[in-house]
Design a protein around this ligand. Structure first.
Ligand code: TYD
Ligand code: MG
Length: 454
């Protein structure tokens, strides 16, 4: 039987059985390449009658001690890792080009080296001299990090085998080239092969490996999603180019909570940690203005306050605009629909712009009420009372649902000088936080109370 060939798209990772000039899934041109299987084994044949060995089964009662962790001393990084670096773990760090991944990981390598780990940093993108210059700028030249500029995977693995580091950083996985795979570096087959080799090597040799991955326009780690399945931990490094804030977010973590964030600030001397992100995200606030609302949110295990800003203006177009930055567009449409059908406040003929200040991205439904408040405040041109935070989930019926971790939200608000909160009915009162909670049963009551409308 002739072996059937398979092809995949280098941009989105879609797999097809025939070559074409344009990917059917993502529309990219000239991105389809042939997939070469890792080993030319009988992948498509059935296992046949040959017997395997018996696998040892254990029960669940076996006592396992939690993995020993090494703290880097960069508290924000350690938090996102779930309390420090776990030996023999594989970590993928994704992010847009230029966001600061190489800077972060050079600083991390230096911190782990200073904490006593043997650290190797392999750059496939920059020459050693460039990395050394960065180290100088970051004041890291005294840290015992070993550096290599190399893309040949076989040479890198041989070196790692000889050096036996505790942690190896591969910057980036897209530049690695495995000579047993016949496609260009950066192609799906190459990225997959290199990631597979490095992660299995890490497990076998008890070495932690950090793979750096670039992200495509669609916000996925370039090439295949499969790399995300191979590793224990997936971190995204996010931020807006124009802003100095950077957020390291755990989207998957076998050794700690997902959704945990670490906040950094990009300065002339590298990334510095932001231990109180709420203060940073709110630092530019002045007098209360219409359209601006402070949301008391939770990111991972910690509370973070941030500001929603809305602008509502008559549209010159037949189709009004709905532009959102830092929040989900679908969720905005839902809130507009609830405001219109449950509270009788239409947004037809009005352009709506919604933005989360400081480049933060919010995914919690608990932000619904803050979004509705920002939209109403902008539409009515009425500012919310000063020193007020808002949180709560809105249901399609227009009622408000209490959300988790109310006390943590209120405590953080109190710490930052807020004295009032608007929250759903049946929320906790937050005694001792210095924040007075006004409870609202539904959106109509909120509209009537705060804006005297509805
Ligand atoms: P880099 O770590 O090279 O990004 P990535 O590896 O994600 O592509 O960082 C690139 C940007 O960071 C670059 O535009 C300059 C800026 N930067 C600073 O602002 N301060 C610094 O100390 C360093 C090293 C970089
Ligand atoms: Mg880089």
């Amino acid at each position: 039987m002739a072996k059937s060939k398979s092809y995949s798209c280098n941009d989105c990772g879609a797999v097809t059985t025939k070559w074409s000039g344009r990917c059917d899934s993502c529309g990219a041109w000239n991105s389809i390449t042939e997939e070469v299987p890792l080993s030319a084994g009988p992948a498509s044949k059935s296992l046949g009658a040959k017997r395997g060995r018996t696998v040892v089964l254990t029960d669940l009662t076996t006592k396992e001690t939690p993995p020993p962790r090494t703290q880097s001393g960069m508290a924000e990084l350690d938090r996102v890792l779930g309390g420090g670096l776990v030996p023999a773990s594989a970590i993928l760090v994704g992010g847009d080009p230029g966001i600061g991944k190489s800077t972060l990981l050079l600083q991390a390598a230096a911190s782990f080296a200073r904490a006593g780990l043997k650290a190797i940093y392999v750059s496939g993108e920059e020459a050693s001299a460039q990395v050394r210059m960065r180290a100088q700028r970051l004041d890291l030249t005294d840290a015992p990090v070993k550096l290599a500029a190399e893309t040949n995977l076989r040479d890198i693995m041989t070196t790692l085998e000889a050096e036996k580091p505790d942690i190896a950083i591969i910057d980036s996985i897209q530049t690695m080239w495995a000579d047993n795979v016949e496609s260009a570096p950066g192609s799906v087959s190459q990225v997959r092969a290199a990631a597979h080799e490095l992660t299995t090597f890490a497990k076998r040799k008890n070495m932690a490996v950090v793979l750096v991955g670039h992200v495509t326009k669609e916000g996925q780690i370039a090439g295949p999603r499969v790399v995300e399945h191979m590793v224990d931990t997936v971190l995204y490094f996010e931020g807006e180019r124009g802003h100095q804030f950077r957020i390291l977010r755990a989207v998957k973590n076998r050794f700690g909570p997902a959704d945990e964030i670490g906040v950094f600030e990009m300065t002339g001397g590298g990334l510095s940690e932001v231990l109180n992100p709420s203060a940073l995200f709110l630092s530019e606030r002045e007098e209360p203005t219409a359209g601006s609302v402070v949301f008391a949110g939770i990111e991972g295990t910690r509370p973070v306050l941030c500001e929603f800003q809305a602008l509502v203006a008559p549209t010159p177009h037949s189709q009004p605009r709905r532009t959102v930055v830092g929040w989900d567009g679908g969720r905005l449409a839902m809130i507009l629909a609830v405001l219109e059908s449950r509270c009788g406040i239409p947004f037809t003929g009005l352009d709506v712009y919604l933005n989360v200040a400081g480049g933060m991205k919010i995914t919690e439904p608990a932000a619904d009420l803050a979004v509705a408040a920002a939209l109403l405040s902008a539409r009515e041109d009425v500012a919310l009372p000063a020193e007020t935070v808002v949180f709560g989930e809105i249901s399609l019926s227009g009622s408000l649902r209490a959300v988790g971790q109310t006390e943590n939200r209120l405590k953080e608000a109190g710490k930052l000088g807020f004295t009032k909160a608007i929250a759903p009915a049946r929320s906790k009162k937050g005694e001792g936080t210095g924040v007075e909670v006004t409870q609202m049963a539904d959106l109509t009551a909120f509209v009537g109370d705060i804006f005297g409308a509805g």
